[in-house]
Write a protein that binds this ligand. Structure first.
Ligand code: PDD
Length: 293
């Protein structure tokens, strides 16, 4: 089956889908995005993703490309048209198309919207979860506003490439004090010896991950303590467990940090509990009922 992409009002075969060469996302990375998980034909945590999109847009003074309700519908419909049962849906909004000029284009320039969806293999994800992943650490070199989910991801790409070259799945950005910020595309966590979850506060310097927020809710529900504070690379290497969270990986055990095994080098029990609790906790929007009925 061929893939379908949504581009500025039209559903097109993926191969033919294209944006203008003077789209400001292309020229200036002047845009924002969201990635949502699709699991068992349901969109996960759509409300929170839309809320965060609204915040990113407003921080950058980019207009909604369509009304929020219409965008939700486009997300669901793009997933449905691609027959995705398990996978990801990607949406990108840029400041639109205008003759190249650093200052914002004239009022009335419509923002541009692209939505794509792809399938992922749940069996592969399960295997990864059972094995856990390795991370490396890299110095923070991003701008100050990483709380905005901007498409300007070059430092993240370089960090992740370095991780790959070192046999790891993720790179953690570390600040000047040696405190872990977050991964190139995930939030970072440890589990202390008494079973408390620790993750950096999201007020400043990291992206407030949707998976992170829902994990905090899930932990509170099942009585696991959460502490929002920084932790050093050494503390993480000596932790009882460690994990990363994102819409793409959900809750994924980290078993190696800069080549050092975490505990016995195998995923622990707390991360399993948290993953299950997350799945129960997350908001689930049934895609196919909403689109076809
Ligand atoms: N990345 N931190 C960064 C820098 C991220 O890019 C992401 C998500 C997260 C986790 O956020 P969430 O739980 O809302 O997915 C944290 C997406 C998945 C990506 O760029 O593909």
């Amino acid at each position: 089956m061929s893939r379908i992409a949504y581009v500025n009002g039209r559903y097109l075969p993926h191969r033919e889908a294209a944006v203008h060469i003077e789209d400001r996302g292309y020229q200036f990375a002047d845009g924002v995005y969201e990635v949502c998980e699709v699991a068992n034909g349901q969109l996960i945590d759509m409300t929170r993703h839309m809320d965060r999109l609204g915040r990113s847009l407003s921080e950058l003074q980019i207009k909604w490309p369509v009304q929020r309700k219409a965008l939700e519908r486009i997300l669901l419909e793009t997933v449905a048209r691609n027959r995705v049962i398990n996978g990801l849906v990607y949406l990108q909004v840029t400041r639109g198309v205008a003759r190249r000029d650093h200052v914002f284009p004239p009022d009335g320039t419509p923002s541009a919207l692209v939505v794509t969806a792809k399938r992922t293999d749940p069996a592969l994800a399960e295997q990864k979860f059972e094995d856990g992943v390795g991370v490396i650490t890299v110095p923070e070199n991003r701008w100050d506003r990483v709380d905005i989910k901007s498409v300007g991801l070059l430092p993240n790409c370089i960090a992740r490439q370095k991780a790959k070259e070192n046999g790891a799945a993720e790179a953690w950005f570390v600040d000047e004090q040696g405190i872990v910020k977050e991964g190139g595309a995930t939030n970072a966590w440890i589990v202390t010896s008494d079973g408390t979850l620790v993750t950096r506060p999201a007020e400043h310097g990291i992206l407030r991950g949707i998976t992170r927020t829902t994990v905090i809710d899930a932990a509170n529900r099942i009585g696991i303590k959460v502490e929002e504070r920084g932790f050093s690379v050494t503390e993480a290497q000596q932790a009882r467990e460690s994990f990363i969270t994102a819409a793409t990986t959900l809750v994924m055990p980290v078993v190696k940090i800069d080549g050092q095994p975490v505990a016995n080098g195998h995923p622990g029990s707390v991360v399993s509990k948290i993953r299950e609790a997350f799945i129960e906790q997350a908001e689930k929007t049934p895609i196919y009922e909403k689109v076809f009925l």
